[in-house]
Design a protein around this ligand. Structure first.
Ligand code: ADP
Length: 402
């Protein structure tokens, strides 16, 4: 079975075609700046292998359909194609950011499902309408391949009310759906399961703290294989410090700035989502740039790095308190998988929780799942490369086989 995974944004989409027999990506890429005067497309056949073939094109894509048509032409191209006919695509798996309480598991797309995704769109106004566009395009261009939707929120649906409710008037939950939903669920589930398998522990009795640290960052507390708490909230703005997002702040700051700086809700939103986090403190949001700047003595970059690590460490401490027994601590995503200095700084003060890492193992670069801890460590620290596309493809296959 071959599954095309699509992650559709308002003016871009990422895609990957996965062969489920080997779970390898046959191709991957993205189309960006859809609807602008000039767009760009990236297509990689056999990505990450020795025989990778890359195509990069600059041309206008008036809409998502045009972008997807260009990708499909490459999929069957005699030079760089990876299939001979589009009929070889058996299914399409779509990443959907917000499923709210309506969708607690992946499902096949029907008209009712599309209406449901639209119904919860006010909770994710930038994402869900774009995902619906992706579904329409896939259904139009691949009419014989069923579409399956996989939600970022579904892994967190097992949180108990004491973890998902905010201490605000209860009617806001009932009438306005105000509650914690959590995001990056596909990644948290994938790495939690991979960690249990790696440590030879049954998934359903495995307790783990998973740290997904990329451009967006979130942590999850997983008890007996199920999520019981997570740091992101009703939106992906909450929780730990991120690249450009503030994470948790005192909510009264908003009213204070509205009153004393005349900031509108749109300006506040923009500031907290795009001008805060690492960028707000030191002007940079890519951790690699921050390390370069730190090393040349940039004090703001050093401060931003310390704040970032401190914020993650505090959340890990909280999740030790939530779980009681922790079988592993997992780092994943761009920063979690690659940044040894961050892992060292975060773990440095967690010795009393049973955390220790071997510096020589931590500093070694690798793309494999691995433990950074001594063999007898009470709580092994693992690096687990995430693969959200593969997780979506697996869920797609599983839904369709039922
Ligand atoms: P996204 O959340 O967009 O999927 P990723 O998980 O790919 O993002 O993470 C992107 C971030 O990973 C970059 O902003 C960068 O800060 C960080 N990153 C990537 N490689 C490294 C590295 N070698 N060292 C430190 N940080 C890295």
């Amino acid at each position: 079975m071959k599954v095309l995974v699509i992650n559709c944004g308002s003016s871009s989409f990422k895609y990957q075609l996965i062969d489920m027999a080997t779970e390898a990506a046959l191709c991957s890429g993205l189309v960006e700046r859809i609807g602008e005067s000039m767009g760009n497309l990236v297509y990689k056949a056999a990505p990450g292998t020795d025989h990778e073939k890359k195509v990069a094109k600059e041309q206008p894509f008036p809409n998502h359909t045009a972008g997807m048509q260009a990708v499909m032409a490459l999929l069957v191209d005699p030079e760089v194609g990876v299939i001979t006919s589009l009929d070889e695509i058996n299914a399409v798996g779509h990443r959907i950011v917000q499923g709210a309480e309506k969708f607690q598991a992946a499902c096949v797309v029907t008209d009712a499902v599309k209406a449901g995704i639209e119904e919860v769109a006010p909770l994710a106004p930038l994402h869900n309408p774009a995902h619906l566009q992706g579904i329409e395009v896939a259904q139009k261009l691949l009419p014989n391949a069923p579409s399956v939707v996989v939600f970022d929120t579904e892994f967190h649906a097992t949180m108990p009310p004491k973890a998902f409710l905010y201490a605000v008037p209860y009617e806001l939950y009932k009438e306005n759906s105000v509650r914690r939903y959590g995001f990056h669920g596909t990644s948290h589930r994938f790495v939690a399961e991979a960690a249990a398998t790696f440590l030879n522990k049954p998934h359903d009795s495995f307790n783990v703290i998973t740290c997904h640290l990329g451009n967006g960052c979130s942590l999850a507390a997983v008890e007996n294989g199920k999520c019981v708490d997570t740091s992101m909230g009703m939106t992906p703005l909450a929780g730990v410090m991120m690249g450009t997002r503030s994470g948790d702040i005192d909510p009264a700051i908003l009213g204070y700035l509205a009153k004393h700086k005349n900031m509108t809700s749109a300006q506040l939103d923009d500031m907290l989502n795009k001008k805060s986090g690492l960028k707000g403190i030191c002007g940079m949001n890519d951790m690699r740039d921050i390390h370069t700047a730190r090393e040349s003595g940039d004090e703001k970059a050093q401060l931003a790095f310390e704040m970032f690590c401190y914020s993650i460490r505090k959340c890990i401490g909280a999740y030790f308190a939530v779980l009681g027994r922790v079988d592993a601590l997992v780092f994943t995503a761009g920063i979690g998988e690659n940044d040894d200095l961050l892992r060292e700084e975060v773990c440095k003060y967690l010795g009393s929780f049973g955390i220790s890492i071997l510096p020589e193992v931590n500093h070694k670069r690798s793309g494999d799942i691995r433990s950074l801890s001594p063999k007898d460590a009470r709580v092994p620290v693992l690096v687990v490369p995430t693969n959200e596309e593969l997780a979506i493809a697996r869920a797609t296959q599983s839904v369709l086989s039922k």
